[in-house]
Design a protein around this ligand. Sequence first.
Ligand SMILES: [Zn+2]
Length: 183
Amino acid sequence: MIIWGNIELEKQEEVGDFHCPACNCERKFELLRTRDCFHLFFIPLGQGELLQERIRCQSCRRPYPVTLLAWSAPTLASPEEAARPASEFLLSNFGNVVALTDSAAEEIRRRHLEGDFETSLAVRIEPVSRADKEIAITFDTPIADGRDWLGAAHGLPLVVDRRSAPDLVGTTIDFRDGQFYRD
Ligand SMILES: [Zn+2]
């Protein structure tokens, strides 16, 4: 009899330092990644598709969304910095790429409330086209595996695709006439 199929596996992949809200001090966290893996006789083959990431405090064992780390993200200064590849280490995936005006933050909050989205979701910011100044806003699960930059502004976790980051770095997103624009 041949047994194969898919299994979900959660594995600790990285560790680092963070401020745990429950312990209210500096603690070590571990990053847990859940992947959907193909298995043969229950031996996982390959890396599998990344389904979820979360961090867990090694002291109190409480889990948190990875967006918690976005609050301490440094500000990226140049397109070169925004384009640099992610290192192995998780914290290099965090960097504030854009800022928000009051009206943009207010409109994002309104849409979040209206859509009844989960609080662990981040706000994905994408240019509609390269030439255009129009910006598309969606609510999305952030993935800190190197595809995205994660940051925060006005109390909102923000996520920018690493490919669009060089075009957006240092810009401010505004909301006017029913649309989001970058300056
Ligand atoms: Zn803790």
